[in-house]
Design a protein around this ligand. Structure first.
Ligand code: DGY
Length: 329
């Protein structure tokens, strides 16, 4: 008896690194349709593109909701997102339909932790502001009280979400002379926390005691808006807030008020709501707020690896095999 021919159709929602696309096209039996652009796929193209496909390779900027799943129809077997975050996926609807999900944890941990540390240092030592002063003639002489910021030595660092990225951030910050690590999250993780002698505390205490706060948690209904007015009011006046997880963890209006009113010293954000943040957004007018365009995982090597992992997750799911990284619901 001849083996049944393996023939699957997949839709890829964006131009991705060539290595990922190659993995799909070299698999044999996998027909790829792609929105071959650096810009997001228009909604109508997404709905049309996914129709009748068995696989979908998407990005964190694609909202995969009931409408998309309905447009795909019952043929859709696997969704593979080229991201560790999965808050853009309607998990309940996906689970109901028995669709498997692949994602890309681990491979972006180092790059994202590195960016978190870079953003923290840029924010607490006022690097963008200082660079601007050099360019605009504000640098007139060496001044004892000019462009001073806050250093990590002897500080207390609070990490919201001591997962893979949170741990990698703590590991990188420790050699800067951090005195104590605090962490908050859904549950204590004593084995993991032991490496940093980190103490599990309620998020309110973390806000009150930390000199630096780094948010690296997953966006869930529990973490949405957790950094709000009450949180910022509890923070020390000379403390620095960093978010490299998802914008929706933060109430941005409350953050703006905290920065303007001097409730906190500064903030560094790699993630915002919405993304991109409109160029006239009030947060962008503040010198004590450093905003990056969601580049946590943006190294060439990491993005290559993410694309290959996303492709391999998709292929394995389509073949009914174990995925290298499956999101188990
Ligand atoms: C992810 O993969 O979810 C990250 O936010 C990308 O940097």
């Amino acid at each position: 008896m001849r083996a049944a021919r393996w023939a699957m159709e997949v839709f890829v929602t964006r131009r991705i690194p060539a290595a990922g696309l190659r993995a799909l096209s070299e698999a044999g039996g996998c027909t790829v349709r792609q929105w071959d652009s650096d810009e997001p796929v228009p909604r109508a193209e997404l709905l049309a593109g996914v129709a009748g496909k068995q696989g979908l390779l998407c990005l964190l900027s694609d909202r995969i909701d009931k409408e998309v799943l309905d447009a795909a129809g019952s043929s859709l077997k696997v969704i593979s997102t080229m991201s560790v975050g999965f808050d853009h996926l309607a998990l309940h609807e996906i689970k109901k339909r028995g669709i498997r999900i692949g994602y890309t944890p681990d491979v972006l941990t180092d790059a994202t932790a590195e960016l978190s540390v870079a953003l923290l240092l840029a924010t607490c030592r006022r690097l963008p502001e200082s660079v601007e002063e050099v360019k605009n003639g504000g640098w007139t002489t060496w001044k004892p009280l000019w462009m001073c910021g806050y250093g990590l030595s002897d500080s207390i660092v609070g990490i919201i979400g001591l997962g893979r990225i949170g741990q990698a951030v703590a590991r990188r910050l420790k050699p800067f002379g951090v005195k104590k690590f605090l962490y908050a999250g859904s549950r204590p993780k004593p084995e993991i926390a032991a490496e940093f002698e980190a103490e599990f505390v309620p998020v309110t205490r973390l806000a009150e005691e930390s000199d630096f706060i780094v948010v690296t948690c997953t966006l869930t209904p529990e973490t949405e808006g957790v950094c709000n007015k009450d949180f910022f009011c509890r923070m020390k006046k000379n403390s620095v807030f960093i978010n490299t997880s998802r914008g929706a963890v933060v109430n941005q209006e409350d953050l703006y008020n905290a920065l303007v009113n001097g409730q906190i010293a500064a903030a560094g954000l790699d993630v915002t709501t919405p993304e991109p943040l409109p160029a006239d957004h009030p947060l962008l007018s503040l010198k004590n707020c450093v905003i990056l365009p969601h580049i946590g995982s943006a190294t060439y090597a990491t993005r290559n690896t993410m694309s290959v992992l996303a492709a391999n997750n998709l292929l394995a799911g389509l073949k009914g095999e174990p995925m290298p990284s499956e999101l188990l619901l």
